[in-house]
Design a protein around this ligand. Structure first.
Ligand SMILES: [Mg+2]
Ligand SMILES: [Zn+2]
Length: 186
């Protein structure tokens, strides 16, 4: 099974400094859901790992978060895309949990759930902490320039091996092209 792990805000949907607190505020980045559909067609299981500290801050509750994710799943289905699962950390930074990225807890849970190794699994994010969480457990980090991506790129300090792409659609172009080249060479 081929697995890919995506951050949510700033990768699949537009991010907001004021948090995505309702289904109405969840708006996909153009082309992101279609890119997920292409991943599915290429045999990838697409899983989301997302920090949602707005829950701990009391900005929205789990019921609302589930409603936001219902909207995500529905919008994905409309373009033939399938999000296999959404793993989220509801904690705040000072909760000291094991799942808030840059800690790798969410990713380890994903590996356990799907019984796969994380080695070389592409992980796509717009924040340094997404890439760090992936890097620690052997994933291959991809930075997108959408969301906080430009700021992340400007700050630097990206994990070794990180490649930078315009958006999720560009990551998928790159990934599928690379896979095709590997297949052709084999
Ligand atoms: Mg993000
Ligand atoms: Zn957590």
């Amino acid at each position: 099974m081929k697995l890919i792990i995506l951050d949510r805000d700033g990768v699949i949907n537009h991010d907001s400094d004021n948090f995505i607190k309702s289904p109405d505020e969840w708006v996909p980045i153009p082309g992101s859901l279609e890119a997920i559909a292409r991943l599915n067609q290429a045999g990838y299981r697409v899983v989301v790992a997302t920090n949602q500290s707005g829950v701990a801050r009391g900005l929205f509750n789990i019921v609302t978060l589930n409603a936001i994710h219902q909207k995500l799943h529905q919008a994905a289905r409309q373009v033939g895309a399938d999000i296999g699962a959404i793993f989220f950390c509801p904690h705040a930074a000072d909760d000291n949990c094991d799942c808030r990225k840059p800690k790798p807890g969410l990713l380890l849970e994903i590996a356990k759930r799907f019984d796969v190794s994380l080695k070389g699994v592409p992980t796509v994010g717009d924040s340094l902490r997404d890439l760090q969480a992936g890097f620690i457990v052997g994933c291959t980090p991809y930075l997108v320039r959408t969301g906080k991506g430009e700021k992340t790129l400007a700050k630097g300090g990206l994990p070794p091996g990180t490649t930078v792409h315009a958006d999720l659609a560009a990551v998928v172009d790159h990934l599928l092209k690379t896979n095709a080249e590997v297949a052709a060479a084999a």
